[in-house]
Design a binder for this molecule. Structure first.
Ligand code: UN1
Length: 456
């Protein structure tokens, strides 16, 4: 049996977690056990499921500091961002503990004029979850919390570089929650496929790349199973000439480099309206150069390492393939163990440039110049992705036009493309998403099924 091993991206020889890969038999047993346990869990009063989620949050909060340290060590996330991820995960659990008591359906005028006609939401069953390494606690939490709140059971398959955090999450869930409703399965593609194919699995929620998400959706779709796929991004920040330039520059610098750009929500294109051009580029380059690149465990670090050597090669290769002019960065950081890349800004000349069309997943952004607002809007909508865009402006009219015309799932006015309010729907359009959005009340679209009830 092969072991799945995670290593510290800042100190690549240090092993963080090790666990045997799950076998096909493990998947089968977990799925059957989950299906049994789910029936009893779904019959509990909603308030009791909410109490259980609250207890789970309390249990995780007792290890908040060590969980943040583990996130930092296992996936190289700067410690401040890792702490924020733990806080956000606790908030999500507590939010769904309360949300589960909201109305679970609607009543309608009965067709007969008398009696009752209503719809109610019921759980879906056992949900397979395939999660990435970049938010190793928050993404499993924002899938698992609503799934459980609405009465489902879960098979969680985390990405291998983040198995240590997933083990801690699953161990706490298994200690606090009823037996069998959360199962951890580890492994790579074959394990994910065994989950998707299992007859006891009723739906699959995925976060990761567009290519993998589409293969998950088609595999699950082939047996009539619903999917929710959160996929890639190539997100634009649009800088209009009337904005607060200082605020725009520091916010965009953080959105390019937060967790070294390894977020589907990272800013990858900076579209600058004339005549700001070079003045704004200089300001942004200054902000990027001021960020401290280094050990993610140190509190002053702005930019930590990429997840592994392959990730760094692929980021540097994308910069090398660009036909643009590098303004700052574009190279690996010398003299540090770990997979660091300097924050990078490239002035691109072609709308076909690799840095404009592909998701790079590193601390890299392309600068694109626009002659007018209309052109800025068209450039922002260029390409196939549609996750999030931000617009910096003091002009309310322009902000409203961008909100209406941007072909994305989320628009942020004067704020970073990164970050999300857990109580609002999260998700993209076009190549960035497939299926219902996550988080907030939107999560119930995927984690419940509606049943119409007629009493005459
Ligand atoms: C954030 O920007 O805080 O995988 C969340 C991702 C996204 C989550 C981003 N699904 O990067």
């Amino acid at each position: 049996m092969t072991d799945i091993v995670s290593r510290n991206p800042a100190h690549p020889l240090v092993e963080i977690a090790r666990r045997p890969a799950s076998s096909a038999k493990d998947v089968d047993e977990a799925a059957r056990h989950a299906a049994d346990a789910q029936r009893a869990w779904a019959r509990l009063p909603a308030g009791e499921r909410g109490q259980a989620l609250m207890a789970f949050a309390d249990r995780l909060s007792r290890e908040a500091d060590s969980l943040a340290a583990l996130i930092c060590e296992e996936v190289g996330k700067p410690i401040g961002e890792a702490r924020a991820e733990v806080t956000r995960s606790l908030d999500i659990l507590r939010y769904y503990a309360g949300v589960v008591l909201l109305p679970d359906g609607e009543t309608l005028p009965a067709g007969t004029g008398r009696g009752w006609l209503m719809s109610r939401r019921y759980p879906v069953g056992v949900i397979g979850m395939i999660t990435p390494w970049n938010f190793p606690l928050a993404i499993p939490t924002w899938k698992v919390a609503p799934a459980l709140a609405y009465g489902n059971a879960v098979l969680l398959k985390p990405a291998s570089p983040a198995i240590g955090v997933a083990q801690r999450f699953a161990a706490a869930a298994q200690e606090i929650l009823p037996d069998g409703i959360v199962h951890l399965l580890t492994g790579d593609r074959d394990v994910a496929e065994a989950i998707i194919d299992h007859p006891s699995v009723s739906a699959v929620s995925f976060t990761g790349s567009t290519a993998v998400g589409r293969s998950v959706a088609s595999r699950a779709g082939a047996r009539g199973v619903a999917t929710q796929c959160e996929m890639g991004g190539q997100n634009a920040s649009v800088v209009l000439r009337d904005c607060d330039l200082e605020h725009a520059a520091s916010t965009i610098a953080a959105a390019i480099t937060g967790y070294a750009g390894q977020k589907c929500t990272a800013t990858s294109r900076v579209i600058i309206e004339d005549p700001l051009g070079d003045a704004f580029v200089d300001l942004l380059a200054d902000r990027l150069q001021a960020l401290k690149v280094g050990d993610p465990a140190l509190p002053g670090t702005g930019v930590g390492p990429l997840i592994d050597a392959t990730a760094r090669e692929s980021v540097l290769a994308a910069v090398a393939r660009s036909s643009g002019r590098t303004i700052t960065g574009g190279t690996a950081v010398d003299g540090l163990e770990g997979f660091y890349v300097h924050p990078t800004l490239v002035d691109v000349r072609s709308s076909r440039d690799v840095l404009v069309e592909q998701e790079v997943f590193g601390p890299v952004a392309a600068v694109v110049r626009a002659r007018s607002r209309e052109e800025a809007l068209a450039l922002a909508n260029h390409g196939s992705y549609g996750l999030v865009a931000s617009v910096f402006t003091a002009d309310l009219e322009a902000a409203m036009t961008f909100c209406d015309e941007l072909q994305v799932g989320m628009v942020k006015i004067n704020s970073a493309t990164t970050g999300a309010d857990f109580h609002a729907p999260f998700g993209g359009s076009r190549a960035s998403a497939f299926g219902p959005h996550e988080q907030g009340l939107a999560a119930r679209e995927f984690f419940t099924q509606t049943r119409t009830l007629t009493f005459t």
